[in-house]
Design a protein around this ligand. Structure first.
Ligand code: SF4
Length: 450
């Protein structure tokens, strides 16, 4: 029997494998309507219908979505896996789970094609690098689609291959096999391929410590791309002293490495690319003090600055934060969470059912950016999901929404640069090496054949 909306629950009531996120009467489905010209041509009629609905409440939106998605699910059938990331705004995460889909963090998303070899079609509502990561591990008869290809990650946008390659050439020229690349999951397939070709690995926020420890044991310098804050936090975790860390700039400037800089890099063990996430860098140590003084436990994501992570009660990946609050802390706990705003809002709604109060860490008096969410991820809204599934049902899925290894999409114009089949195979093969190394280290076993 369904749990009534206002009923309390305990941690044990949340089914394993599900987020515990629920659709509740009267919640707004979408926080911000996108302008019509933000939709690709094929999606505009769906967007017009959506924008003409009376409101964005479940009672209004769900029948409209059902009228398209139910037939699509019936026709496409059990071949389909619907996916979304925890950061998705506009409650689309709840919709994806409602239609039998799954909400996951970037590590679990990346493994979906491997974990479900019997599935043929993966439709993802999240940022582009996450969909591309699935495609890198997908088999030849598995297809990956994204509901909005212009949904990019700002951290990744400052570390495109054409920005990182000049730095890598300079460093490789100087250190040869004495340097490797560790690529955070928030990178394009081309950067993951660079990591694989260098003998390095991919990492996520949940396994970055294990991957960095493995890399250190190789006795080689490490170029960590792209998040400088995660890099610093992991360095502290595995014992790399700050004076053995060299910070490069982000974007095109990162490739500007002159002789003087190289001398400085000679002394470094860890070279950090300078990207950062605008969502996770709004947090300050003062925010931690504010909530702690009021009796709150403080937990944060390791993409937050070191000064914040070092004073928090705990830090960990998206999955860690969700499980920590929903399953581990005692009922009645008060928790300030430092991560993406939509996630905190979803978590707050659900944790209330366990009598746990969740606040956004930056939600302090005068905190102007409190609740800041991942705006680019939120470019996947209900019309995008409806349109893509309806067009796929009809065999008219737009090629722009198909995701293949090595694809680079301009997040502003939507222009996509696609490699030829040989280039795709090369990117996929090298990136797989790096992803499989991560899986091998993380799972403690040999990688599965994919
Ligand atoms: S929250 Fe930040 S790091 Fe995560 S996808 Fe959005 S922009 Fe990228």
């Amino acid at each position: 029997m369904a749990t009534p909306p206002d009923a309390g629950i305990s941690a044990a009531d949340i089914p394993q494998g599900l987020s515990g996120i629920r659709l509740e009467p009267d919640i707004p489905i979408c926080q911000t309507d996108l302008p019509l010209d933000w939709y690709q041509e094929e999606f505009k009629t769906y967007a017009e219908e959506y924008l003409a609905l009376a409101d964005r409440k479940p009672e209004t939106v769900l029948p409209w979505m059902d009228s398209y998605i139910r037939p699509a699910l019936a026709e496409i059938g059990s071949d389909l896996v619907l996916l979304a990331h925890y950061y998705m705004g506009g409650e689309i995460v709840k919709l994806v789970e409602r239609y039998g889909g799954m909400i996951a963090d970037s590590y679990l998303l990346a493994r979906q094609a491997v974990l479900h070899p019997e599935k043929r079609l993966f439709v993802e509502s999240a940022v582009h690098f996450m969909a591309e990561a699935i495609s890198l591990l997908a088999g030849p008869d598995q297809q990956v689609w994204i509901t909005n290809p212009r949904s990019g990650c700002t951290m990744e946008m400052m570390a495109k291959e054409f920005m990182v390659a000049p730095a890598w050439e300079r460093l490789h020229e100087r250190y040869g096999d004495g340097i490797m690349v560790i690529a955070y999951m928030n990178t394009s397939g081309r950067i993951k391929a660079l990591a694989g070709a260098s003998g390095g690995a991919v990492c996520t926020s949940s396994n970055a410590g294990a991957i960095m420890s493995w890399a250190r044991a190789q006795g080689r310098k490490i170029l960590f791309v792209p998040d400088q804050h995660l890099g610093r936090n992991v360095a502290a975790e595995v014992g790399i002293p700050p004076d053995r860390i060299h910070l490069l700039a982000a974007g095109h400037e990162g490739g500007e490495i002159d002789a003087q800089r190289l001398e400085s890099i000679d002394r470094a063990e860890l070279i950090l690319w300078g990207s950062f996430c605008g969502v996770h860098t709004v947090f300050l140590p003062e925010h931690v003090d504010f909530w702690r003084e009021r009796g709150y436990r403080v937990v944060v994501h390791p993409e937050c600055p070191r000064e914040v992570v070092s004073v928090a009660d705990a830090a960990g990946s998206t999955r860690f934060l969700w499980n920590h609050v929903m399953r581990e802390v005692p009922d009645g706990t008060r928790v300030a969470v430092g991560t993406e705003g939509h996630f905190v809002r979803n978590l707050s709604e659900q944790a209330r059912r366990r009598n746990i109060e969740v606040v956004h860490l930056a939600d302090v008096p005068g905190g102007e950016q409190a609740g800041c969410g991942c705006a680019t991820m939120s470019r996947n809204d209900p019309p995008h999901l409806v349109a893509l599934l309806d067009l796929l049902r009809d065999g008219r899925g737009p090629d722009l929404n198909r995701v293949l290894p090595g694809d680079v999409v301009d997040e502003i114009s939507g222009y996509r640069e696609r490699l030829d089949p040989e280039g795709q195979s090369r990117v996929a093969a090298d990136a797989r090496k790096a992803l499989e190394k991560m899986i091998e280290i993380t799972e403690g076993s040999e990688p599965r054949t994919v």
